[in-house]
Ligand binder design. Structure first.
Ligand code: HGY
Ligand code: MN
Ligand code: MN
Length: 416
């Protein structure tokens, strides 16, 4: 790569400004961002992103699940575009950086190439993937999963949130059900920048995480049916208490994850008592389980142990318990050539770096099943994410965006 090009840097202040400008859409009093997918706040940031893409000269199209693609033409349009981006939706207790950094850094790469008058050989395409978080509609990384063929568009459009609203209805409400069939925009490779969402880079004082793998994910929907009865007059030995049962299951999930640790994690993230009342013994509860490991054999062991534990607890407490596996995402191993390209960019730019496994799932983990894919991590404060206190530094965000840009330039090539 020429000397001049290796000195090319993104505009750190402009990227930082974009991150904080978009944080207003769904801003919370504690300094976080609550921007559930396909919500009114998501529409606000999507409209902002579309305008910014158009102002940067990109050809923007939206697919049938609302994913947004901004194409920057290259000298050789016969080549598949190099993709870069992430997501703009957040968790209910989300922060300013999860997904946002990768999506806006992709926009910043385009803006920087425009300012420098650089034409890439292959085109590049920036992407905002719909519903990466999976909080309002399951599964997580929903739209990129459909893009790679793990789900049909019809299946995803019919998924419902807790209020019974379908993905299709939500897309129509915000005007983002695009005309383009999912998968129309082909990509030759994909690179995603993201905050680590864990403590390793910060603890080791490393600026860049060269992500070579990602944990596999097991998502379950569970239901416990006991028996509603009077909280005062029902003798303890006769109770079939659904919430007490779930309490044992929660601790069992934790114990099973620790048993298979350190390469395993597990939690019960949602629990809803069907008809709550302070003087009625809970009779019916719906709950969710999220277990992960980067080892598929451990994932199998987590599944087996979890089912055995729930069967035993339910029998002992004389309740019915069901556990449905609603999503299994195998462990991810990113493309070695692209992982090397990320590492070479970090080295060329002089950033401290280390190889790392992603504990969180990402759209890149789905794309990796159909095209060469890699990820770039930067630290986040105390490793905290999916929390309104999520924080990162301008310096690290800029470093990540520069590694992203130089990785993409290495993949797309620069027209002579
Ligand atoms: O669940 C995940 O790992 C991602 O943050 N949606
Ligand atoms: Mn994310
Ligand atoms: Mn997330």
């Amino acid at each position: 790569m020429s000397r001049a090009l290796s000195n090319l840097q993104i505009d750190s202040a402009r990227l930082w400004g974009s991150i904080h400008e978009t944080a207003q859409f769904g801003a919370t009093p504690k300094g976080g961002v609550r921007r559930l997918t396909l919500s009114a706040e998501d529409k606000q940031v999507r409209d902002w992103f579309r305008r910014a893409c158009e102002d940067a000269g990109l050809e923007v199209h939206v697919d049938a699940l609302g994913s947004m693609f901004g194409l920057r033409r290259g000298k050789d349009m016969s080549k598949l575009p190099v993709g870069l981006g992430s997501h703009l939706d957040t968790q209910p207790t989300g922060g300013k950086y999860d997904g946002v950094l990768g999506t806006l850094a992709a926009l910043e790469v385009v803006r920087t190439l425009n300012d420098a008058g650089i034409e890439t050989d292959a085109p590049i395409c920036i992407v905002n993937w719909t519903n990466e978080e999976g909080s309002r509609f399951a599964p997580a990384m929903m739209a990129s999963a459909a893009y790679v063929g793990d789900f049909t568009t019809h299946d995803i459009l019919s998924r419902r949130d807790h209020d019974g609203v379908t993905v299709g209805e939500a897309l129509d409400t915000i005007g983002y059900r695009g005309a383009t069939p999912v998968g129309t925009q082909k990509l030759g490779a994909f690179v995603e920048l993201h905050i680590e969402q864990g403590p390793i880079l910060e603890a080791e004082n490393k600026t860049i995480g060269v992500v070579d793998s990602g944990q596999g994910v097991l998502w379950y929907d569970g239901k416990i049916v006991g028996f509603e009865s009077h909280a005062g007059s029902t003798p303890m030995p006769l109770r079939r208490d659904a919430l007490a049962t779930l309490s044992e299951i929660v601790l069992a999930v934790e114990a099973i994850a620790k048993k298979h640790g350190p390469n395993a994690v597990g939690t019960v993230g949602e629990a809803v008592i069907a008809k709550p009342s302070r003087n009625v013994i809970p009779g019916e509860i719906a709950f969710t389980v999220d277990c992960r490991s980067s080892d598929d054999a451990i994932m199998d062991a987590l599944d087996a142990d979890l089912r055995a534990a729930i069967k035993d607890i339910a029998a002992r407490r004389k309740v019915e318990a069901t556990l449905d596996l609603v999503w299994r995402k195998p462990a991810t191993h990113f493309n070695p050539k692209l992982v090397d390209a990320v590492e070479n960019a970090a080295k060329m730019l002089g950033f401290s770096h280390r190889r790392i496994t992603s504990g969180a799932g990402h759209d890149a983990c789905n794309l990796n099943t159909v095209m060469p894919t890699a990820m770039v991590f930067v630290p986040c404060k105390d490793g905290v994410s999916h929390n309104e206190l999520e924080d990162a530094t301008q310096t690290d965000c800029a470093a990540g965006a520069n590694v992203l840009m130089h990785t993409v330039l290495a993949l797309a090539g620069v027209a002579s």
